[in-house]
Design a protein around this ligand. Structure first.
Ligand code: UDP
Ligand code: MG
Length: 313
């Protein structure tokens, strides 16, 4: 099989028939053998009924349905395990990504030998303030942290070599950083292709303001896990020494000024408490977060999603 098209979706009933028909048209024109895997991520509308009907019409459309909404990353993870194609192409269900890009992406993987090709919404049709500007910032930070020169890490439209999706794991909301995860899994040939983007035709965006916070925290987790999970002392030792040093200087300064210049008691100076408290709380939260991440990574049930039903798989 040439291509598995993977589509995570949450309440996208209006878009699905149009999207499937468009993909089928592109596949037929290019003579690709394919499957479409639609993951219903706990939709509350009729998305699953639509998928069921469509799969009766075309058995190459397969479906997995979560019993509740787990998020885009778990949906991708489950579909990656099920996918059988040599090339896996992911796209959003909302018709913002164009199936016309499939042949070009496929060619870059098969002929140019890329492990992963990420779409780049060079001209983007999303709200400027809530999406485009924050996304520039996120992409900049991710570029610096990962050393990967991509313009658009979180584009829903991406193509992968089969072995890439079989060796990476996407959980939480890590789908924003799949190219980074792939790079750290040893896949170095990561490319980018400028793709067409459209305005959302039906429905509304499924990611609210929390995505800024979650996105930032996930980026931190990725950095810790990949860089420091096996040598935590290099990070915590450094931070610990730094904060010890800062605390030492503050207390030293307070002591000297108490001894020689001032009559004010050390404990009467607000900065004393502030410094100590901030350092202790900060260090504790940081460590707690890191330990939590380590524990959650080794929990055997971390990829245990309750699947209600499957079609064709
Ligand atoms: N999605 C999902 N589970 C979720 C949230 C989103 O499967 O919990 C799907 C959604 O249906 C769409 C894709 O992920 O197919 C991208 O979501 P959306 O278009 O809302 O994101 P945006 O384009 O606004 O960043
Ligand atoms: Mg969208």
């Amino acid at each position: 099989m040439d291509i598995s098209v993977v589509i995570p979706l949450f309440n996208e009933e209006e878009s699905l028939p149009e999207l499937f028909a468009w993909i089928e048209k592109v596949m037929a024109e290019n003579n690709f053998s394919y499957e479409i895997i639609a993951i219903n991520d706990g939709s509350r509308d009729n998305s699953w009924e639509v998928i069921r009907k469509e799969s009766e019409r075309n058995p190459l459309i397969k479906g997995i349905s979560f019993q509740r909404n787990y998020g885009k990353s778990p949906a991708l993870n489950v579909a990656f395990e099920a996918a059988k194609g040599n090339v896996i192409i992911t796209m959003d269900a909302d018709l913002q990504d164009s199936p016309d890009e499939i042949p070009g992406l496929y060619k870059m993987i098969v002929e140019d030998g890329y492990d992963l090709v990420s779409g780049w919404k060079q001209k983007r049709y999303d709200p400027v303030f809530s999406k485009n500007i924050p996304s520039k910032f996120f992409n900049g930070v991710t570029r610096r942290v990962s050393g990967l020169q991509l313009n658009d890490f979180n584009c829903g439209l991406k193509a992968y070599k089969r072995k890439v999706v079989k060796s990476i794991e996407v959980y939480g909301e890590m789908h924003r950083y799949i190219p980074v995860i792939a790079k750290w899994a040893g896949f170095e040939k990561i490319g980018e292709k400028s793709v067409k983007h459209q305005e959302r035709k039906y429905g509304v965006t499924k990611f609210g303001w929390e995505r800024f916070v979650n996105g930032f925290l996930d980026l931190m987790s990725i950095v810790f896990i990949t860089k420091f999970a096996r040598r935590p002392m290099h990070l915590f030792g450094l931070l610990g020494s730094l904060s010890f040093f800062v605390g030492f200087i503050i207390l030293m300064w307070l002591s000297i000024s108490k001894l020689f210049f001032s009559t004010l008691g050390i404990a009467d100076r607000p900065i004393f408490y502030f410094g100590i408290l901030a350092i202790i709380i900060g260090a504790q939260m940081f460590l707690t977060g890191f330990l939590g991440e380590l524990i959650s990574r080794s929990a055997p049930e971390r990829n245990d999603y309750k699947i209600g039903e499957k079609i064709g798989l």
